[in-house]
Ligand binder design. Structure first.
Ligand SMILES: NC(=O)C1=CN([C@@H]2O[C@H](COP(=O)(O)OP(=O)(O)OC[C@H]3O[C@@H](n4cnc5c(N)ncnc54)[C@H](O)[C@@H]3O)[C@@H](O)[C@H]2O)[C@@H](O)CC1
Ligand SMILES: Nc1ncnc2c1ncn2[C@@H]1O[C@H](COP(=O)(O)OP(=O)(O)O)[C@@H](O)[C@H]1O
Ligand SMILES: [K+]
Length: 461
């Protein structure tokens, strides 16, 4: 996993004060990293338009123009005259070396957005909006310097933002790049080196970006084993029985030795999934909530009080019964609407879904500070997983998963790993990665995935 920071000004300051690295050195390295990326990846392209604003994001762009000048046909366009001291120096350097200045936007093979970086602090004026819209409308490879212009430090976009194919961010990953809103603008994210090893530039953090290597599949390591060695998951099926059945199939495909669906009615289940009318004595984990609907309260209470690991989803986020288990290390997997209800039931906040979506990390952190044992997995295009002070972001998911039943597969995967003995946080992280990576391996197209396809892809991981 990689570290993520809410802001990097303090990290830059540390470079100046503790490591005697000047702003000029950091900027030269930042622009060299961008230049190197462009030269290596796009050596076959000819023309580059670099669009600069008045701050140091613009100054990065001027330095980049100087470094690429003569290797490519580079032109610099200024949205506003550069006004920082270092920016003026960069301007003199570029001008004296004969870099071309454009007085209007002209298309190019590559467009680099250096209009606003971390200094964006007020709404865009009409001139900036139409400039960004014009750049977005052009057919070109689009690279954003530090952050696509128009994304604020909280990850939100007020009017418009540059639509990057790649964002080359300076020094370290920033939280603003990982809001659900930002995902449609940032493209691929690369970190530019600032002339200091990344591990020395970075300090402590409590936020992490999950990587593929963080997925720990439930491989069998012992020959001398039997089905009971890999846990027994009970999936409680309620009114909408399909949800429980999907979760049970996903759990079985992800390694649980035995999976039983708990339901009073007799179900038509695949032969390898068992049915039980009441929770099994010997189950090692329980998945409950998916499609639960109306259920006998005492029975749910009894199930929740059983001393095994649990994953709770869906309908139970609307029920105060849940409050009884929030001092346990269980996994909760709400989508945004369910999380709003959970926050309300817990008396933490009474908010709309929009308010939540604009401040996902803030509300996850609030919840986790009140219930530090619980592993919370907030669904979304960038899934946030949190326990206590630490927070992990999974960005591998995509709209392929925007389908009824995708969440039921996820609860089955979490339940499967819990039944097999994973700690709740590890189960949530690996299940979430498996879920998203399996979806990205589904190659037929981006609209037709059904839960059985997703389960099939999980089985192939
Ligand atoms: N501090 C450092 O050591 C480094 C900084 N770097 C670059 O510096 C950038 C930050 O530079 P700045 O702090 O100068 O900020 P920016 O370059 O992001 O721009 C801020 C400027 O735009 C103005 N502005 C903000 N919002 C506006 C709006 N909506 N409409 C019109 N004008 C607006 C501000 O008043 C300010 O003058 C980073 O994003 C990064 O690209 C890099 O060179 C790496 C090293
Ligand atoms: N656009 C998207 N990008 C990434 N993941 C998505 C996207 N849309 C949905 N998902 C994922 O799909 C799942 C949907 O779950 P949920 O809304 O609970 O559906 P259901 O209850 O019908 O199974 C979640 O894991 C969510 O993170
Ligand atoms: K930018």
């Amino acid at each position: 996993m990689q570290k993520i920071f809410d802001e990097v000004n303090s990290l830059d300051k540390r470079c100046y004060e503790e490591f005697f690295l000047s702003e000029d050195i950091l900027m030269e390295h930042a622009s060299s990293s961008m230049a190197l990326y462009i030269e290596e990846k796009y050596h076959d392209k000819k023309t580059i338009l670099i669009v600069c604003g008045s701050g140091n994001n613009g100054a990065d762009g001027i330095a980049l123009a100087r470094l690429l000048h003569t290797k490519f046909d580079v032109s610099l366009y200024f949205y506003k005259e550069v006004k920082t001291d270092i920016g003026k120096v960069q301007y003199k350097r570029a001008k004296s070396l004969g870099v071309s200045f454009a007085n209007k936007i002209q298309n190019a093979d590559i467009i680099v957005d250096c209009i606003f970086g971390s200094g964006l602090n007020k709404s865009l004026d009409n001139q900036a909006i139409s400039l960004i819209e014009e750049l977005n409308s052009l057919e070109a490879i689009k690279i954003a310097c530090d952050i696509p212009s128009g994304i604020f430090s909280d990850g939100q976009v007020n009017s418009v933002a540059f639509n990057a194919d790649t964002t080359i961010t300076m020094g370290a990953l920033k939280t603003s790049l990982f809001s659900d809103t930002a995902k449609d603008y940032v493209g691929k994210i690369k970190v530019a080196n600032l002339g200091i090893q990344r591990e020395l530039y970075e300090t402590n953090t409590n936020k992490y970006l999950l990587e593929k290597k963080d997925l720990k599949l439930p491989h069998r390591t012992k020959h001398n084993s039997h089905k009971g060695s890999y846990g027994h998951l009970n999936v409680v099926a309620g009114c909408k029985k399909g949800a429980g059945i999907i979760a049970a199939k996903a759990a079985f495909g992800f390694g649980a030795g035995i999976v039983s669906v708990v339901c009073h009615e007799n179900l038509d289940l695949p032969y390898h999934i068992m049915q039980t009318h009441f929770v099994s004595e010997n189950c090692t984990a329980i998945a409950i909530g998916m499609g639960l609907g109306k259920y006998e309260i005492d029975e749910v209470k009894k199930i929740l009080s059983k001393d095994v690991k649990k994953i709770v989803d869906a309908d139970l986020f609307y029920d105060e019964l849940l409050l009884d288990v929030l001092d346990e290390d269980i996994v909760l997997t709400p989508h945004p609407k369910e999380f709003c209800s959970l926050l309300k039931i817990c008396d933490i906040a009474d908010i709309t879904i929009d308010e939540l979506q604009n401040n996902r990390i803030k509300y996850v952190e609030k919840f986790s500070s009140v219930y530090p044992k619980v592993v919370l997995l907030l669904k979304g295009t960038n899934v946030i997983i949190s326990q206590g002070d630490n927070l992990y972001i999974n960005t591998y998911g995509s709209a392929v998963l925007s389908k009824g039943g995708s969440g039921d597969v996820l609860s089955g995967l979490v339940g499967s790993l819990l039944a097999q003995g994973y700690e709740p946080l590890d189960a949530a992280i690996s299940a979430s990665l498996a879920h998203a990576l399996a979806a990205s391996n589904f190659k037929r197209n981006d609209y037709s995935l059904i839960p059985s396809d997703l389960i099939e892809e999980v089985r192939r991981l």
